[in-house]
Design a protein around this ligand. Structure first.
Ligand code: FAD
Length: 151
């Protein structure tokens, strides 16, 4: 994956780079960009948690460059924040105050997905998770309250 996380509402990176954003503007943009069958409660929940999601990523070792890129590009060798959606154009610019919300780790590789996943898999392994490659799950072990506890 590209490693771009759509985050807003005033993440630490948005603030550090001088962009003001609100949860409400992010919500209005996402709702209007999601078409007729948008899952409104899910979008609300996603926007409510967005600043905390960014902090969670950073807390698990994902690092971001303190740099905005005016280009809408898939390769970001040194930038970390850009307009990844259609926030700046009609009709979305009239529905919500635009803000750059594409957060991506800088990467010497073509895209930032490798850096994002490297940090997260390192964090998972550091707390004891074991990654099993080339292993098929046949069924999930589900507890009576619906929680998946194994496979
Ligand atoms: C080229 C590309 C770029 C993308 N870039 C971005 C981006 O920048 N930002 C973004 O937000 N989204 C991006 N996406 C979308 C994003 O990657 C997906 O939405 C996301 O990975 C879905 O996560 P998932 O966990 O639901 O499924 P997956 O990531 O598909 O994970 C499911 C995993 O389960 C494994 N699996 C399946 N069956 C079994 C089985 N029986 N036993 C064991 N394992 C099994 C599969 O091998 C797979 O590894 C991109 C997608 C593509 C294709």
């Amino acid at each position: 994956m590209g490693g771009v996380c759509y985050l807003g509402g005033g993440t630490a990176l948005q603030k550090a780079l001088g962009f003001s954003d609100t949860e409400e503007d992010m919500y209005r943009y996402m709702l209007s960009a999601s078409g007729l069958y948008a899952d409104e409660p899910k979008i609300r929940t996603y926007c409510e948690g967005s600043v905390a999601h960014f902090d969670w990523l950073v807390g698990h070792g994902v690092s971001y460059a303190q740099k905005f890129s005016a280009e809408k590009e898939i390769s970001m060798p040194d930038g970390s924040l850009y307009y990844s959606g259609s926030e700046l154009v009609y009709p979305y610019r009239d529905k919500a105050k635009p803000a750059p919300r594409g957060h991506v780790p800088p990467s010497p590789h073509l895209i930032g997905g490798r850096e994002l996943m490297r940090a997260l898999t390192d964090a998972a392994e550091a707390v004891g998770a074991r990654v099993k490659l080339r292993t098929s799950a046949r069924r999930l072990i589900v507890e009576s309250d619906g929680h998946v506890v194994g496979q």
